[in-house]
Design a protein around this ligand. Structure first.
Ligand code: SAH
Length: 241
């Protein structure tokens, strides 16, 4: 089945961009996913084809108009999640990416200027407001590219090694363990001995310990959630006894 992506943007020429290369590009050529980059300006109704206007209440910049956005959103298939890129949204997670990648596709609305007239979120409550993280981009397009990239690499047949999507950061609620490769000695630095031991159980234990330790030190937020989930499943198991 083809994963159908629609992007609503003032810059359709930015797509497929990086997604036309490497894994995603080959998958696009094979038809594993499809991309429709829709020009928002085509939904403007006035003679100057305006898509934006000054903010109500004053202030800097311009705001994307609700009538233009509404017409654009109504024009797309409604069997897929609709994400609006905005720093005011929920930070995207790997779990949500996995859910989206398992569905028929996604529509992504890219903002520009100061963002969207808020009324579109009242009129279309199904729109998910999604952020790439606590940074401010000049437009939603790089965020849309990042989210599509994350989805496409999970589509069946896109990644080489069947297991490479499973054992990596966030999948078990932890960051991935650190990786090493040849040369085994570089500028006097060696690879941890255990990784060269050939003892698979020991290697797995070392990786698990590093995953946990690095997550605890680098991402206390993830670590707390991981511990809560672990404690809950342990107490759930006790209740079943
Ligand atoms: N004035 C807005 C920022 C607008 S930035 C505010 O302070 O909230 C212009 C556009 O860039 C946004 O509409 C959005 O589509 C995109 N953008 C900026 N930062 C983003 C982020 N962290 N995640 C997703 N999209 C972002």
């Amino acid at each position: 089945m083809t994963f159908a992506a629609t992007v609503l943007t003032l810059y359709p020429e930015m797509f497929p961009g990086s997604l036309g290369h490497s894994l995603a590009g080959r998958a696009l050529e094979r038809g594993d996913w499809s991309l429709d980059a829709v020009q928002l300006r085509d939904f403007a109704t006035d003679k100057h084809r305006n898509v934006d206007d000054t903010p109500a209440g004053g202030g800097a910049g311009m705001v994307l108009r609700a009538d233009v956005l509404g017409a654009a959103i109504s024009s797309i298939r409604d069997d897929r999640p609709i994400l609006a890129m905005t720093p005011r949204g929920q930070p995207i997670t790997q779990q949500r990416i996995r859910e989206i990648a398992g569905g028929p596709g996604v529509a992504i609305l890219c903002g520009r200027f100061e963002g969207y007239d808020e009324r579109i979120f009242e009129a279309y409550p199904q729109i998910e407001q999604v952020s790439l993280g606590d940074i401010v981009l000049s437009g939603g397009e790089p965020a849309a590219l990042a989210i599509l990239d994350a989805c496409i690499r999970l589509l069946p047949g896109v990644m080489g090694g069947a297991s490479s999507g499973v054992e990596e950061s966030f999948e078990g609620g932890l960051l991935e363990y650190p990786q090493y490769t040849r040369p085994s000695e570089w500028e006097g630095r060696t690879i941890p001995e255990v990784l060269r031991s050939g003892d698979h159980a020991k290697i797995a234990a070392w990786r698990k310990a590093r995953s946990e330790n690095d997550t605890r030190l680098r991402r206390p937020d993830l670590w707390e959630r991981y511990c809560d989930a672990r404690d809950q499943s342990a107490s759930g198991a006790r209740h079943e006894d």
